[in-house]
Design a protein around this ligand. Sequence first.
Ligand code: RFL
Ligand code: PHB
Length: 392
Amino acid sequence: MARTQVGIVGAGPSGLLLAHLLHERGIESVVLENRTEEYVIARVRAGVLEQGVVDVFRAAGLSGRLEAEGLVHHGIELRFQGKGHRIAMSELTDGRTITIYGQNRVVEDLVAARRSAGGPLLYEVSDVSLHDLAGARPTIRYVHEGREETLECDFVAGCDGFHGVSRASIPAGVLTEYERVYPFGWLGILAQVAPSTEELVYAYHERGFALHSLRSAEVSRLYIQVPAGEEVEAWPDDQIWSELHTRLARDDGWTLREGPVLEKGIAALRSFVTEPMCFGRLFLAGDAAHIVPPTGAKGLNLAVADVTVLARALEDFYATGSDAGLDAYSDTCLRRVWQGERFSWQMTSMLHRFPEEGPFGARLQLAQLEQVVSSRAAATALSESYVGLPIL
Ligand code: RFL
Ligand code: PHB
């Protein structure tokens, strides 16, 4: 039977970053991923990194390409009723910034770091199951290259996302789950066209929310709110552009540039938290423990915060034998998680069309937007949440 100190399930941002932070601390791990490397890297997801996350990457020696190619932003635009309103986030938060850098690149950088560290990273494992989580020697069983394997660990990190096996391996009755599912999703496209904006635009429109984000000087990332359950095949490119033009329109002549669609997909919107984020020697991190709707751009940022806390707690355990950090892991993470949930819910509620809320609800949304763009206190509160709290 193979052995390691920390068995990590999932090679998304959480699992790979944890492996790197542990390696830096002299702690061994094995990372098990059920998909292929190409699939995990190609998945188009997050784009906004909080300053605290960039600081974590820098401190871990992972920020070379991120600092060379990431786009540092100082504000966002809220657009409604044909007008754009800049929220000067840096000015309102003592100079804090966000960085636009695609999750694909984050994952590529982390895979490269793992390779150069020489640590095990296995793709296309199947039939992953977790055992003896409540004891001192949990094991992970899996199949790789046709062979059944058993990995004995000191700890298991469940970094396998919302649909992974880790959370599902915890006995019934241990976890309390808090959930809200929204009656809409986001249809996202990646387009080969220079962004029509320098800063992210979050638009509220009677036809629904739209977001203009970016990836580089040549590639734009755009989203529109669509009803829950919609199939991407029902959305030809010209119809997506038409909705984007309508929802992002400004009455000062601003125009949206179109380009070839490189990728498109639909994501459901959900808020979800499990408490506690651990059971015995299994620790959940990232999307395995919590999901936020993407409107607040918090998912990846929360994942980075979780694994930073976990790596420190494990470092303490191996250095001193103390369980104190591990015992506090869940509570420490959940304080940030619930702030992320609150902010993501607030942004989602303020910016999407909720048909069941009727015209009264729509008027309240406009009143809230008016307050955010006209009150320095309200804009500061939004900015503080958007740029995020320090992690280190
Ligand atoms: P991931 O990325 O889902 O990775 C989990 C990995 O585990 C693997 N896995 C398994 N491996 C082995 N055995 C099993 N049984 C397994 N089951 C699953 C999966 O294949 C996968 O590789 O979770 P992780 O690492 O916790 O990372 C979380 C982030 O990916 C997620 O929170 C963000 O993408 C959310 N998100 C955003 N976050 C931000 O901070 N800023 C943003 O701007 C932002 N925009 C977004 C987003 C997510 C989006 N979608 C598609 C949900 C925009 C979108 C559209
Ligand atoms: C993205 O660029 O993919 C992005 C940006 C901001 C969000 C969500 C996604 O709130």
